[in-house]
Design a protein around this ligand. Structure first.
Ligand code: 1CP
Length: 345
């Protein structure tokens, strides 16, 4: 077999490639009919994630259909609170439900001792994926960034503002920092085990970074991400980490400086003409197509692909959405997207 190095990893080493490599956040999921069929085999979502036969199949489904440059492990960021002993349930249409942590006592019930053991099926899926994925496809592992995990653990459900989590940080800063440290420790162990099992890139999803008020940014977002990046850089210097602090907007340059991140996934609210002059040209960028443009397709999609390719040409660039694919996306539009990306002048 001819070994070919994944394009995505070349870009993460600083190479500029045209057309850019592409993968899509939430590339596996409900917009794919074959995913909906597979999910019927196991209605319990966490059990689905912890069944390697199913998780491996769901990871591979989008790559069978489309010429994507990477596979992202099929799992969820909320397996971390679950494996720490928190109650986590997924109900269709309602989003995740957790038993909320609101006191030191709630926090002290969390348990790191059996944490990695509970996650063993995830590592088994990664090992299997590395044996079946073609060598030119990168395998991406991931975790929620500490703030986003904290937000779900304290709030107990999804929210537009995560106000319980924000208030907890203000009124019990010592307990909040203790919980943050605990989450950082768990995330370090989890990512180490993913890398040892075979993932080649890590994406850190900070999906709710945008709700953090200015006075809490250092403790809730910058410091924990800085800690994780230093830890990973020291232990696995060859593994690139892409950070996705969704919604922090004009603070992206500060985020890069304070965390030491070198690869950044950007959302679709960012004005690239304002942002890019403030970003050093060695920083690797990913994103930022609006998922609704992929729902609409056609000329709008063509124009947006062209705009992004032109705007981001000065950086090593990985094509992606600015957030996950929405379930209403016609799957033919993904074929269209990749065709345009590969053939557009
Ligand atoms: O079958 C189903 O419909 C369950 C829906 C679903 C899926 C397909 C959930 C529940 N999670 C996932 C998979 C998933 N989640 C992946 C792997 C698949 C892929 O990307 O191809 C990944 C990387 C995630 C990460 C994830 N989960 C994030 C970060 C990315 C993001 O979208 O911001 C977050 C915030 C979650 C929490 C979560 N899990 C599931 C849902 C519906 C949510 C979001 C709830 C909310 O809006 O707060």
């Amino acid at each position: 077999m001819v070994y070919s190095y994944p394009k995505m990893l070349k870009v993460l080493k600083g190479e500029k490639i045209s057309p850019p490599p592409i993968w899509l956040m939430r590339q596996a999921g409900r917009y794919l009919p074959e995913y909906r069929t597979l999910r019927q085999k196991c209605p319990d979502f966490l059990e689905f994630c912890f069944t390697p036969d199913l998780a491996v199949e769901a990871t591979l489904q989008p790559l069978r259909r489309y010429d994507l440059d990477a596979a992202i492990l099929f799992s969820d960021i909320l397996v971390v609170p679950y494996a720490l002993g928190q109650k986590v349930e997924f109900h269709e249409g309602k989003g995740p439900q957790l038993s909320p942590l609101r006191s030191r006592n709630d926090i002290s019930n969390l348990d790191l001792d059996s944490f990695l053991e509970i996650l063993l099926p995830v590592f088994e899926s990664i090992r299997r994926l590395r044996t079946v994925l073609p060598t030119e496809k990168a395998l991406i592992g991931f975790a929620g960034a500490p703030w986003t995990i904290f937000a779900y653990m304290v709030e107990g459900n999804t929210s537009r503002t995560f106000s319980q989590a924000v208030r907890f940080f203000y009124h019990s800063p010592d307990d909040a920092r203790y919980l943050m440290d605990f989450i950082c420790e768990a995330t370090e162990r989890y990512l180490c085990a993913q890398i040892e099992a075979g993932v080649q890139v890590i994406q850190l999803f900070d999906s709710w970074a945008g709700v953090v008020p200015y006075p809490l940014l250092e403790d809730a977002v910058y410091a924990p991400v800085r800690r994780l990046l230093r830890f990973l850089q020291h232990k696995f210097p060859h593994i690139p980490v892409i950070c996705f602090p969704k919604g922090i907007g004009e603070k992206l340059p500060l985020y890069l400086q304070t965390t030491g991140a070198t690869a950044l996934s950007i959302d679709y609210h960012v004005d690239l003409s304002l942002l890019l002059p403030q970003i050093p040209s060695h920083i690797i960028l990913q994103g930022a197509l609006d998922p609704q443009v992929l729902v609409v397709g056609g000329k709008t999609l063509e124009q947006e692909i062209s705009r992004l390719k032109k705007s981001l040409a000065g950086h090593p660039y990985i094509f992606n959405l600015g957030h996950g694919i929405v379930p209403e996306t016609p799957h033919e539009h993904v074929t269209q997207l990749i065709h345009i990306l590969h053939h557009q002048e």
